[in-house]
Design a protein around this ligand. Structure first.
Ligand code: PLP
Length: 792
């Protein structure tokens, strides 16, 4: 390893070791690790071709990968060796690891799920490609200025991205606009704009290096040659214009996971990467097959939400317009290839495109969508229309074009049947199925939590990393005082580290013996960070009323970004920061209560915070969080959950045991009923002296003396609307928190409950999820290999 790193310092970076920076060392280490991946990767490709195995194509507008060094090293079984080599070279391994920018090509849970799936597909040895966009700028960076969120552009690609291979020879022409001509039953799309999609490949190697798949991200380029004539005339801007226009398509990730912002460009992004991916997989298929009717036997395409839903009409277009199949047959072939995962029931997040826009950007696709609609309604009279009120409904399109539609938790999948797709479900009663989300144990325990990971491995061996259900063996240890003490010591080591990091990033001193109570996720009204901060104020009041009481010291930790245009979410951030300033400077409450909000929550921060958490906040309005995966990361790392019966919380509670989970709040059913009661919010506030007092303080400007009216609108909305029922669940939440306080006072009691969480979270491995997709949707499986020995 050492020699390989030095080789890259010299021959890839053109430096000598003496004058190399942390950046140089990191790139050299990454290249050395990448070298070790390549043979596994080639072998996997060869075996896939040789076996003629079915390939899985995972289409996702987002891949929230995070840093790669530690994970790549761990999966290759080289984590210790890499560290030793770097240390032998006189360098600081931690510093080098921390130098890597997050690959933040996603907003949150949906993009992180895609990243976990890539890891599991490789670990399970299923031949698969992840397809997405190589955004120049990932999710914005968040800073706070006087407590308010400010966004700046993310710039991961200003540095060399050492993991990828550029594939200049892989390029496709992607068309937009123009019109369609029809001659003798054949359609011809005369487009008005073309961009090139070029490929960048990152190898994804599974645990122990047994298999390697590819993450192929598309970048947009201008198709034509550089305009030398304009340049020579001195018109430098004109010379670069077409290049700049084309590149816009892969320039930025949309920082909003709930609305179809940026209309035309967003639609172009979606079509751009979907079309390129389908052209690529068709080229691969036709290189050794000639019967298009057998496509579904060899190709499974999964749509991660509706963002790639244009895949249905696009693949039909290729089969009909390019390969000459008949429309109804093409539709059937495509349907047998496609699966669609629904991620949300929030009405504002269900994609809809105005037919005018669709006709302008993708005229041929609009015709095909009408044909698909016609075909479906002929077979199923009375079926809902794909085009409704002049909008193409991408959810309906995806449903009709997929042979399976899945929700992401048991509760969510039932709600999908009862709400968004109620009518389509009646027509196709076996199409909707459930595949509860999961997380990869490699990143979310093995690499991010070394103290706990080492303890578990010492106790039960390392088989759990690829077979997480083996953690069940730890159940036997829940009465073993000595083991519980070690389990606690691992948590405490993580908390000490985090306390130090909090001092550096927030300037706040926190006590590692206080309970670390963590809510990290995108800021959204339905996730109810507002309820958490209101409860924080209520607790502050109670401590101040009785400072000598038997209080359980707490550190409330928040993390998360608000979409730049989401006004209410930004107000909530501001309020949390204002409350933190007031409470952290209160000598009466002192160490009993602290509030910290480190800026720029991302995968790396999650890896830092989760191993140190005692309490996991999963407090969404029941029926709104489709699954959640943050909830799984915490429970796996031995945090107890305070949560509602929402998303995968329901299943987590079943697995870890109701006695090891702090439940509160209305059920999804009760939420629906309560909303119908006139004036429910005002009534709930008036019935709760605690909540009334907190809201009164906020309105009086206790936390914003410089601008007393700052939160009047926010509080006014709680009285008059409160669509997410913060007011109705507040007292129940407060009471659950006091049960948490009591439980935390018994150190061994708490540790035993926490251990029960870790021990029973094995089912939430994304390996289990991927096995479910492979079995129920893709009908695909691993190509059998001899694993690591084969390459050695
Ligand atoms: C896991 C994860 C999420 C999803 O968190 P939820 O609590 O399920 O919303 C979002 N962002 C990052 C960086 C994550 O790692």
């Amino acid at each position: 390893m050492k020699d390989e790193i030095l080789h890259h310092i010299r021959y890839s970076l053109g430096k000598d070791a003496e004058h190399s920076s942390v950046y140089d060392w990191r790139i050299a280490l990454s290249l050395a690790l990448r070298d070790r991946m390549v043979d596994h990767w080639y072998r996997s490709t060869r075996e896939t071709y040789a076996s003629n195995a079915k390939r899985v194509y995972y289409l996702s507008l987002e891949f929230l990968m995070g840093r790669l060094v530690e994970d790549m090293a761990a999966n290759l079984g080289l984590d210790r060796e890499a560290r030793h080599a770097i240390e032998a070279l006189g360098q600081d391994y931690e510093e080098i690891v921390h130098d890597e920018p997050d690959a933040a090509l996603g907003n949150g849970g949906l993009g992180r799920l895609a990243a976990c799936f890539m890891d599991s597909l490789a670990t399970l040895g299923i031949p698969a490609y992840g397809y997405g966009i190589r955004y120049e700028h990932g999710l914005f960076e968040q800073k706070f200025s006087d407590g308010k969120q400010v966004e700046t552009a993310e710039t991961w690609l200003t540095q060399r991205h050492a993991w990828e291979f550029e594939r200049p020879e892989v390029k496709y022409r992607i068309q937009f606009g123009g019109h369609v001509e029809h001659h003798e039953g054949k359609a011809r799309w005369i487009s008005s704009e073309t961009v090139l999609a070029t490929a960048y490949d990152t190898p994804v190697i599974g645990w122990k290096g047994t298999w390697g798949n590819t993450l192929r991200l598309w970048s947009a380029k201008a198709p034509g040659a550089f305009d030398l004539e304009s340049f020579n005339r001195g018109d430098y801007l004109a010379a670069g214009r077409s290049e700049a226009l084309a590149r816009t398509i892969s320039r930025v990730l949309y920082p909003d996971d709930t609305t179809d912002a940026g209309k035309q460009l967003r639609l172009k992004q979606e079509y751009f990467f979907t079309a390129a991916s389908l052209m690529d997989l068709m080229r691969r298929y036709l290189s050794d097959h000639d019967d298009l009717r057998a496509l579904p036997d060899h190709v499974a395409i999964q749509l991660n939400d509706t963002h790639p839903a244009i895949a249905g009409p696009e693949l039909v277009r290729q089969l009909v317009d390019v390969h000459g199949l008949e429309m109804p047959e093409a539709i059937e072939i495509v349907r047998n290839c496609l699966g669609y995962t629904n991620h949300t029931l929030l009405p504002e997040a269900l994609e809809k495109w105005h037919v005018g826009l669709m006709a302008y950007v993708l005229p041929r696709h609009l015709e095909i969508i009408r044909a698909i609609d016609h075909d479906h309604r002929e077979r199923h009279p009375g079926s809902p229309r794909i085009i409704e009120h002049d909008h193409v409904q991408m959810g309906e399109l995806a449903f009709i074009m997929a042979h399976k539609v899945n929700g992401v938790s048991a509760l969510h999948s039932e709600l999908v049947k009862e709400t968004v797709f109620e009518d389509l479900h009646k027509i196709h009663p076996t199409r909707i199925i459930n595949q509860t989300n999961g997380i990869t144990p490699r990143r979310w325990l093995y690499t991010c939590n070394q103290p706990l990971s080492d303890l578990i491995t010492r106790e039960i061996g390392d088989g759990w990393v690829a077979d997480l259900e083996q953690l069940k063996a730890l159940n036997e240890k829940s009465g073993d005082k000595a083991f519980l003490a070690e389990f606690q010591a691992a948590k405490r080591a993580n908390k000490v580290q985090l306390a130090q990091w909090i001092r550096q990033t927030c300037g706040t001193e926190v006590n590692p013996d206080a309970m670390f109570d963590v809510q990290i996720k995108r800021i959204h009204e339905y996730k109810r960070q507002l309820m958490n901060i209101l409860e924080t104020v209520a607790l502050w009041n109670e401590i101040r009323d009785n400072p000598g009481g038997d209080w359980t010291p707490r550190v409330k930790i928040f993390g998360g970004k608000a979409a730049p245009g989401y006004h209410v979410a930004k107000q909530i951030i501001h309020l949390i920061n204002d409350v933190a300033t007031r409470i952290n400077n209160d000598p009466v409450t002192g160490d009993l209560l602290k509030v910290v909000y480190p800026p720029n929550y991302n995968v790396t921060m999650a890896e830092n915070l989760i191993p140190a958490a005692d309490l996991s906040e999963q407090i969404s309005t029941a029926g709104k969080e489709a699954s959640g995966t943050g909830n799984m990361k915490f429970a796996l790392n031995g945090a107890l959950t305070i949560g509602t019966l929402d998303g995968a919380n329901v299943e987590i509670r079943e697995h870890v045991g109701a006695e090891n989970f702090f439940l509160f709040g209305l059920t999804a059913q009760e939420v629906q009923e309560r909303r119908l009661q006139h004036g429910f919010a005002r009534a709930a506030i008036e019935a709760s002296p605690r909540l009334s007092r907190v809201l009164g303080q906020i309105v009086d400007g206790v936390f914003c003396p410089d601008e007393v009216t700052r939160y009047h609108e926010l509080v006014g909305n709680l009285y008059d609307h409160d669509y997410f029922l913060v007011t109705c669940d507040f007292d129940s939440y407060f009471d659950a928190q006091r049960r948490v306080d009591v439980a935390y006072r018994s150190k061994t009691g708490w540790a035993a409950m926490a251990l029960k969480n870790t021990a029973n979270m094995g089912w939430f491995s994304s390996d289990r999820t991927i096995q479910g997709y492979a079995r129920d949707i893709w009908h695909a499986g691993p190509v059998n290999t001899g694993g690591m020995e084969k390459i050695a």
